[in-house]
Design a binder for this molecule. Sequence first.
Ligand code: ATP
Ligand code: MG
Ligand code: MG
Ligand code: MG
Length: 437
Amino acid sequence: MRLSRYFLPVLKETPSDAEIVSHQLMLRAGMIKQEAAGIYAWLPLGHRVLRKIEQIVREEQDRAGAVELLMPTIQSADLWRESGRYDDYGDEMLRITDRHDRDMLFGPTNEEMITDIFRSYCKSYKDVPKLLYHIQWKFRDERRPRFGVMRGREFLMKDAYSFDVDEAAARRSYNRMFVAYLNTFARLGLKAVPMQADTGPIGGDLSHEFIVLAETGESEVFCHADLVEMGAPGLDVDFDGDLQPLVDQRTALYAATEEMHQPEEFAAVPADRQLSARGIEVGHIFNFGTKYSEPMKATVQHQDGQPRPVHMGSYGVGVSRLLGAIIEAHHDEKGCIWPESVAPFGAGIINMRVGDEACDAACETAYQGLVKAGLDPLYDDTDSRAGAKFATADLIGLPYQLVVGPRGLKEGKIELKVRRTGETHEMSPEDAVSRLA
Ligand code: ATP
Ligand code: MG
Ligand code: MG
Ligand code: MG
């Protein structure tokens, strides 16, 4: 992409209404524009990162054996009357009436709809297990939308739902998602800690929140410090094998959100390993048994011929919230520092003197080379000052920058800068391209 053709409305000033660094940087880097409280337009740069995060989430869902579908954003109130949640959900639900006076709503979550889909087609123990997910916009009329996309009203969520014949099988589905989440967040460059969590309005007994530690997080959490450093299981996990040991290894150490915190149990953690901190909830998994299948009559016939309610779980990831969480974890005073896995472009090329024949030619060669290598470069071919170009490149946080100027080119050299460390290396344009390829 050539910057002269792109749409990158960067701001010089930090917007005064943005309280936390991720929100400030997303506005300054031209990633989002607020359209109403908690409702954002995703500008091209933000949209690129959002799509990359979404794709990683999708790949790990697929790897864990989940199957993608797409449910609508608008739902019928009748489904929610069946589960009893239409009245319970309260003011967070955006209620809509259509021209025929039918009660509709903008979905805040999809347990009812997916249960309806399941019961329409699956009737036998032979039809389970099933693990279905979608990645779709949700709306929750939050009392206090804030921190940009961290607590929006319209936000993108991945939500998966499991259907199993009994509790033991449901536990296996839960473990699949538990392990998939560890791998997902690791690929996104995050240390997300699974913590015992309250089940809230979703209901059920077994539940974990995945928390990224950050001072600006809205949740208060308590955990064993070893959990933060424990690596993810890795992408070669056998999801059809026994995942319980991997889950046990992590749930054996103390970790709980405020609602579930047991001070006496926490006191048993060695004092130098006790971590009480703030964190961002980036994912939440629930096992809720027959809470929806019973009232909604989603049953499967067991081998003995008896129909029984199917056992369910639901598993959410805050895809749009993750942008904020990743920036909170990866930035410096100059701007974002994207992990390579989600960087909006793989590398930037900065032409310090557009119009200079040698600079233009070297940039063009580097650009074509990086495109060919699949690095998806952003080439700053604008006539801005070099200082402004550097500032923009650092602000938008591409992992690598190739800096091309007339002085270096006299010796056939350009500069390769690593955004995270700030280190620079001089080399020929060809070497720079092959170093990154
Ligand atoms: P919170 O405690 O932050 O209000 P929640 O517990 O209500 O979140 P869940 O119902 O567990 O949210 O939804 C699954 C995931 O969706 C959350 O873990 C979070 O990452 C994301 N999410 C929830 N609400 C929002 C929001 N208002 N804006 C952005 N992401 C959200
Ligand atoms: Mg909430
Ligand atoms: Mg919560
Ligand atoms: Mg939650």
